[in-house]
Design a protein around this ligand. Structure first.
Ligand code: NOJ
Ligand code: CA
Length: 722
């Protein structure tokens, strides 16, 4: 009976186009559905297309459970829901007090991103649960989209305690086979790891291979982080993550490698408490992006859809940009330093810098910064990041001691006003750097002064950093306090009209929709690791399926010199890439704040290839994922937001392959000139990374380009409308 009613509801909602009728039907049908559901003790809802089917039930102990099917196949077996606090346990003794359903179909326009319009289309079911002893209420709100599921807990004002000390979240994701997993180890403090491609049963061995991170807090056991990806034996891909992480700690996953199940593991503070909550409170959304086509996982906007709309009214000051910077010089192993001096520092602001001996290896000096400004200006690069401009770096490596930087005190060799004027004359924006060395509480104290100092000196964007163990010492990088801190910094930055690129912050959960001044984050192992042994080519073939589902990454592409000496040590390091692949990363790792990371002199050696970096936009009106397989390859085409031109990027793992670029996405009948930047036939990331060729051909929507990618290689194409 329930199923029949549901089917009727489904068909009616699908085939009816007239809104008022739909609204009335929805109301009537959801009421009937509720009656049907209550008779059966379970209730179901499908995605608009009908491919995903969610079932919610309460078991014999009154424990809420949900299960999920995709195209008639079971993806999640009944999986428990609930929250455990010292004061109340929201887990059992529940009955369903009511169900509200609604279908929503709306479109919104991001300030920047992969698409100029995003469709937000879902069926929602809010299940109101009531328990008698202890007396408590909780609603679980589910949204079923064609590309996945999101659900969150909503805790209304209770009859019982209204302040909670949360110890655990009981949410389960019970898969039903020894599926493939793509994931990184559970860690409360860092996500800068390479991904493992393993299985449920192989996970213990995979995690054993990581060893311990010196400053971070690994969880041990078989805990992993989100976003993570699953591939079932039937070829269904599932990305597990969360959306709108606000006022709550980040979620890790405890994996049961024998039962093939996962359970939420909330990051605690160092006292063991995960969250202090006051009712009413809504948790972040738990998200599953589901498809049997890997390209749909990349195209999914589900995480953004589950975030609140943009809160910044006037966004005219938010400007996507490319930037170069005084940065890679410190990583390439030539002993350049962020610090001005090698002398020991008493304290920033107390130490008289004029008495310190300059070490002569400090690139954040006026003359060198001017060189970067000239380079940016000559090549149409919007910004120049300068790291190591302010007092405090002399002691920054002493993580365990008191750490402090001053964000309005420049080093003696950095002329902030002179550079402000120089950059302004050259039409270039300087980008501020705030490395906090994880002293977040001190950063909060300095925040207003720091932002005012930026505005006084014409800076509109800041890169923040949290290297080290968090101060306050009771916290982790992803505990509730730091999640609150990140939001506070973004909101204050918005007050000052400042754009933010945060490093070592809690991993993104789509909040860049709500705060579009949060242009990018690192929050994964980025390009800097090329000088610490290298990132294997597969790394950038898995990040878009995992980390990037939360938001753009400041990966720092554009490395032309792929051999370097190891950061801080004498030995050699080699990047896991060809030169042509670095061009493709501007497409496969989209970000509205995109670095041009290498040294100017390295670009000057390859001016024809550098032309692509000069041309490639950072903001898009449309994106088409053409080929994809996690950890293996990605081919994507994107349309420039400000012209009729399209750009294509293709990358592969350490196996070469032929990228097949079907140009049928181009407007019919229009002519385009393709400039193809590709690996030379004998290119190889290890032995011959800088061998590339550039060719041009006339093309149109009827053509298919076949491009040979070298092992660890890639290709980039500019399609310019004739
Ligand atoms: C780590 C960041 O990821 C990197 O980009 C930065 O240069 C250093 N910290 C210093 O702040
Ligand atoms: Ca980092």
């Amino acid at each position: 009976m329930g199923a029949l009613l549901y089917l009727f509801y489904n068909i009616a909602a699908k085939t009816t186009k007239r809104k008022p009728f739909i609204m009335t039907m929805k109301y009537i049908l959801s009421t009937i559905m509720l009656a049907g559901a209550m008779q059966l003790g379970a209730t179901t809802i499908t995605s608009p297309s009908g491919d995903l089917l969610l079932n919610v039930d309460v078991d014999s102990q009154g424990h809420p459970v949900y299960s999920l099917d995709f195209k008639g196949k079971r993806i999640l077996e009944p999986s428990k829901l609930g929250i455990k606090a010292d004061e109340t346990v929201f887990a059992d003794g529940f009955t369903i007090a009511g169900i509200d359903t609604v279908t929503v179909d709306r479109t919104w326009e991001p300030v920047w991103g992969e698409y100029s319009k995003v469709r937000d289309h879902f069926r929602e079911m809010a299940v109101r649960l009531k328990a008698g002893n202890p007396d408590c209420e909780m609603t679980v709100r589910f949204r079923v989209f064609d590309d996945g599921l999101g659900f969150r807990y909503e805790l209304p004002v209770q009859n019982g305690p209204n302040y909670l000390t949360v110890r655990d979240e009981l949410t389960e994701f019970n898969f039903n086979g020894d599926h493939k997993l793509f994931c990184i180890p559970g860690d409360y403090d860092t996500d800068e790891y390479l991904f493992s491609e393993t299985t449920f049963s192989g996970l213990p061995d995979a995690l054993d291979s990581y060893g311990r991170h010196t400053e971070a807090q690994r969880t041990g056991g078989t805990t992993i982080q989100t976003p993570m990806l699953i591939k079932t034996g039937d070829g269904v891909y599932v990305n597990v993550h969360e959306a709108a992480l606000v006022g709550y700690p980040a979620m890790l996953l405890d994996v049961d490698t024998e039962d093939y199940s996962m359970k939420a593991h909330l990051v605690p503070d160092r006292l063991g408490v995960s969250a202090y909550l006051q009712m009413p409170f809504n948790t972040p959304w738990r998200t599953l992006i589901v498809s049997d086509d890997a390209r749909d996982i990349l195209a999914s906007q589900l995480v953004l859809n589950l975030n609140e709309p943009n809160k910044i009214e006037d966004t005219s000051w938010i400007k996507p940009m490319k930037f170069c910077g005084v940065w890679w010089e410190m990583f390439t192993g030539n002993q350049k330093t962020w610090a001005y001096s090698d002398d020991h520092l008493a304290k920033p602001g107390v130490t008289d810098y004029s008495k310190l001996k300059p070490n002569g290896r400090h690139p954040a000096n006026t003359e060198n910064v001017k060189r970067y400004i000239d380079f940016a200006s000559a090549n149409g690069i919007d910004g120049v990041l300068v790291e190591g401009w302010n007092e405090g770096w002399e002691d920054w490596a002493s993580y365990r001691k008191n750490r402090q930087f001053l964000f309005d005190k420049t080093y003696p060799d950095f002329d902030v006003e002179g550079l402000r004027d120089y950059a302004r004359d050259k039409g270039v924006k300087l980008i501020m750097h705030h490395e906090t060395a994880a002293n977040a509480s001190d950063y909060e104290k300095q925040l207003d002064r720091a932002f005012q100092f930026m505005k006084d000196n014409n800076y509109d964007a800041v890169k923040t950093g949290y290297v080290g163990a968090i101060i306050p010492r009771s916290e982790h990088h992803t505990s509730q306090w730091m999640v609150d801190h990140a939001k506070h910094v973004i909101e204050r930055a918005a007050d000052y009209e400042i754009m933010v690129d945060s490093h070592e912050a809690p991993r993104p959960t789509g909040l860049c929709r709500t705060y579009p001044n949060w242009l990018a984050q690192e929050s994964a192992r980025g390009g800097e690791f090329e000088s610490m042994g290298g990132n294997p080519p597969s790394h950038t073939c898995i990040l878009p399926f995992t980390r990037l589902k939360g938001g753009p990454m400041d990966y720092t592409p554009g490395l032309f010199e792929t051999k370097m000496s190891y950061y801080g040590e004498g030995k050699d390091s080699q990047a896991g890439t060809t030169l042509a692949r670095q061009l493709a990363l501007y497409l496969t790792m989209p970000s509205p704040m995109q670095m041009v990371c290498d040294l100017p002199e390295n670009y000057e050696r390859f001016p024809d290839a550098f032309q692509f970096i000069k041309d490639v936009p950072v903001d898009w009106s449309d994106s088409k994922y053409l080929e994809a397989e996690p950890n293996r390859f990605i081919t994507v085409a994107r349309k420039d937001k400000h012209s009729e031109d399209w750009y294509v990027g293709a990358i592969t793992d350490d196996q070469g392959r032929v990228a097949v670029v079907d140009l049928s996405f181009l407007p019919k009948g229009e002519k385009f000139e393709a400039t193809i930047y590709e690996d030379a036939l004998d290119a190889h990331w290890k032995d011959n990374p800088q061998a590339y060729r550039i060719r041009k051909e006339d093309t149109d929507s009827a053509k298919i380009l076949r491009i040979q990618l070298a092992p660890g290689g890639g290709a980039a194409v500019r399609l310019r409308k004739r």
